[in-house]
Design a protein around this ligand. Structure first.
Ligand code: MSP
Length: 531
């Protein structure tokens, strides 16, 4: 991989599903990481897309009286439009029904077949039609599918298999030698545990008698490709594998395959063994995040407890939603999603800590400094805590990005904003104005402005549009974003720059609805009772 290049992927989403917060989370996370890495000066490639083959799409299309391709063409828009709305800066969007993808899947299968890594055999066992998966007797739960709990069919049929078992030891060794390969550490342990059992070969074909909506096997026209094998290849088909070698070498191996923990095995076992078979380097990291829960159960369509990202964004704003999702989840763990916690965090972090301070500074700059940024003055001991908190926020945000601890980085930015509020309240610029101590007043306003600018810079990948507004308000829209090092220059505002007017606050405080107030009371009482 070219040094300084950063390639990141999301899973490709089932085109049939309507996107919910869980899907939006992975994509926003990938977006935020891409934006930080771009600011670090790395050339970045961010890929997302849709998984369009399989029985569910075939059935849904049939029900609607359209062809599967028409169905996909219509439904893919929901994802594409949502990503545009949410400010997602992906460099590419791959659909598995595109020719550029199908060609690569076909070539990969033929290559593996030519090298006897795919063979034909009689399959005898159990098949779950809705999940399109084969199971061994021992995997069934009460005779039903272990995933969807529906009845399975007994099957005896010819199928094609990838010699996955051949790579079991190689995979175990690789995981042991590369501690960052599967992250976080508990997921790595989970996969090593899974690999303690003998690994079987992977059935990669599905009979056309049941499923036609897939990529036909190049060596047997009666079969299509198992949808997971088809889908995983997107990570290399999109960047030019077997099509544009220079492009492919530029990005592969990927820095992060971001996934949810429910699709760890397919990535950490199926995909990695396929890569061994293809003679390709392994991903630098497969990173599994936790789930968004509602009242402690997974947010999912089948449970019927999904929250629509569009609804949240419409109600509270896109940047606020992005911030909440990044700050609320510790990467790798599950997190609870609730409107109440959203509103509380919004009010504390964005409306009070950030927005309110900005309004106070901007108002005073207009009142006392002719709406211009006062000239920079040498720093004094009064600013020690403030500059230290900001310096540490810059260092910790960078570390948070590199170590996948975004919530910690964001917390340190909030700590810096706390320090800025403290500085402002201690220095009492309104009293300095009254007493005519202009030089001190200007110093305080300038330095509080600098802290706001710096925090806005650090927060830009999370809240690109609001932070651009903030920078414009302080006349700093052209200031270069400089996250290249751990030290960020203190004076980034321009002496004499014109300060904008705040028509409406950047983050207007949310008044809790009676329902949310009741929830809050209940929560406070429960907390008191615990004490
Ligand atoms: N199509 C496959 C992925 C193929 S990748 C080669 C798939 N698609 S999916 O649409 O069902 O899920 C996509 C991602 O959304 C997964 O990473 C999954 O973990 C994530 N989420 C779905 N529900 C979720 C939550 N409630 N919380 C967080 N993420 C979850 O699987």
């Amino acid at each position: 991989m070219g040094e300084g290049n950063f390639y990141i992927t999301t899973p490709i989403f089932y085109v049939n599903d309507s996107p919910h917060i869980g899907h939006a989370y992975t994509t926003i996370l990938a977006d935020v990481l891409s934006r930080y890495h771009r600011l670090f000066g790395e050339e970045t490639h961010f890929l997302t897309g849709t998984d369009e083959h399989g029985l569910k799409v075939q059935n849904a299309a049939q029900k609607r009286g359209v062809t599967p391709q028409e169905h996909c063409d219509q439904f893919v828009k929901r994802f594409q439009e949502l990503w545009t709305r949410l400010g997602i800066s992906n460099d590419d969007f791959i659909r598995t029904t595109e020719m550029r993808h199908k060609e690569v899947v076909t070539k990969v299968l033929q290559d593996l077949k030519d090298r006897d890594l795919i063979y034909q055999s009689e399959y005898e066992g159990w098949y779950c039609v809705p999940c399109e998966r084969y199971f061994m007797e021992k995997d069934l739960v009460d005779g039903c599918c272990p995933d969807c709990h529906r009845p399975v069919q007994r099957l005896v049929e010819k199928n094609y298999f990838f010699r996955m078992s051949r790579y079991q030891q190689q995979l175990i060794d690789y995981i042991n030698e590369h501690p960052d390969f599967i992250q976080p550490a508990n997921r790595r342990t989970e996969i090593l545990g899974f690999l303690r059992q003998p690994l079987g070969d992977l059935c990669i074909s599905r009979a056309k008698s049941r499923l036609t909506w897939g990529i036909e096997l190049p060596f047997d026209h009666d079969y299509v490709t198992y949808v997971w094998v088809d889908a995983l290849v997107n990570y290399i088909s999109a960047i030019g594998y077997l099509r544009d070698d220079a492009e492919f070498r530029k990005w592969w191996p990927v820095n992060y395959h971001l996934i949810g923990k429910d699709i760890l095995t397919t990535h950490a076992v199926y995909w990695t063994t396929m890569l061994f078979a293809l003679g390709l380097p392994q991903p630098k990291s497969i990173f599994a995040h936790g789930w968004w829960l509602i009242d402690d159960s997974k947010m999912s369509k089948s449970v019927g407890n999904v929250v629509s990202p569009m609804d949240m964004a419409d109600k509270y704003g896109i940047d606020a939603l992005r911030y909440y999702l990044m700050a609320q989840m510790t990467l790798g763990q599950d997190a609870n999603f609730s409107e109440l916690s959203f509103c509380l965090r919004f009010n504390a972090d964005l409306a009070n800590n950030l927005g309110n301070l900005l309004s106070r500074v901007v108002t005073m700059l207009h009142k006392n400094c002719g709406g211009r940024i006062p000239a920079a003055q040498p720093l004094t001991a009064d600013e020690n805590d403030l500059t230290a908190a900001c310096r540490s926020a810059a260092a910790e945000m960078r570390a948070g990005v590199l170590n996948m601890q975004l919530d910690r980085g964001l917390a340190s930015i909030m700590a810096a904003l706390n320090a800025a509020n403290r500085y402002f309240d201690t220095m009492k610029p309104w009293a300095l104005a009254k007493e005519g101590r202009t030089q001190e007043l200007e110093r305080v306003l300038r330095n509080t402005g600098e802290a706001l600018r710096l925090c806005a810079e650090l927060l830009t990948p999370v809240m690109p549009s609001k932070m651009a507004q903030l920078r414009t308000l302080l006349g700093a829209s052209d200031a270069p974003l400089c996250l290249a090092g751990t030290e960020t220059e203190w004076f980034g505002l321009q002496d004499g720059a014109a300060v904008g007017q705040i028509e409406t606050p950047l983050f207007p405080r949310i008044d809790l609805s009676p329902e949310l107030k009741a929830q809050l009371n209940q929560m406070n009482q429960a907390a008191k009772a615990k004490k």
